[in-house]
Design a protein around this ligand. Structure first.
Ligand code: CTP
Ligand code: ZN
Length: 156
């Protein structure tokens, strides 16, 4: 089989002209990624595929957003739920840049505070954490100052 045939077989979701392709999203977190990035609230053309085969991840998802180029602090919000996500910046049908996501220094409203007595668990206040350590991840709550670590992380 020729390389172009292999590429076509791989291309389960049509190529885009301009925009961003977010690849290698764990399939189970596709809709969380959509919501965190606010993709359910914009007018751009969006296509996605899910439960696609992926060596590393088991099942992966991919999202293609036309005419949208994310800022680092926007895209880094998905680092906790799609740590291996790869961004492909597309201009005139070509991949012109590849980027990875990085865990930001603060995390707002994505993770629950592990402390059951924390105010964020009894009132509708968005959570806020300072990232104390990135690998393994350790978060310090802005409100109760308790630590939520890697194994304790639950998404809101
Ligand atoms: N892509 C797209 N539209 C284009 C060009 C690329 O939707 N005009 C998508 C491809 O389908 C692929 C991703 O962007 O999912 C990255 O493209 P490319 O670098 O060509 O693919 P790979 O070499 O498979 O990338 P990697 O191994 O880095 O994931
Ligand atoms: Zn707290």
């Amino acid at each position: 089989m020729t390389n172009s045939m292999k590429k076509k077989l791989k291309l389960k979701v049509s190529a885009i002209n301009e925009g961003t392709v977010i690849d290698h999203i764990p399939a189970k977190n596709l809709f969380k990624v959509i919501s965190i990035l606010g993709l359910d609230k914009i007018e751009n053309q969006i296509t996605f595929g899910t439960n696609l085969e992926s060596g590393k991840l088991g099942k992966k998802a991919i999202i293609k957003v036309s005419d949208k180029f994310f800022k680092d602090d926007e895209i880094n919000k998905i680092a906790l739920i799609a740590p291996h996500a790869k961004l492909n910046i597309i201009k005139d049908y070509e991949v012109v840049e590849k980027r990875v996501v990085e865990i930001p220094d603060t995390i707002n409203g994505i993770v629950k505070c592990f402390n059951p007595k924390c105010i964020t668990n009894s009132e509708t206040i968005p959570t806020r954490f300072e990232v104390i350590e990135k690998e393994p991840i350790s978060l310090k709550c802005y409100y109760c100052e308790k630590i939520t670590n890697d194994e304790q992380i639950r998404m809101v």
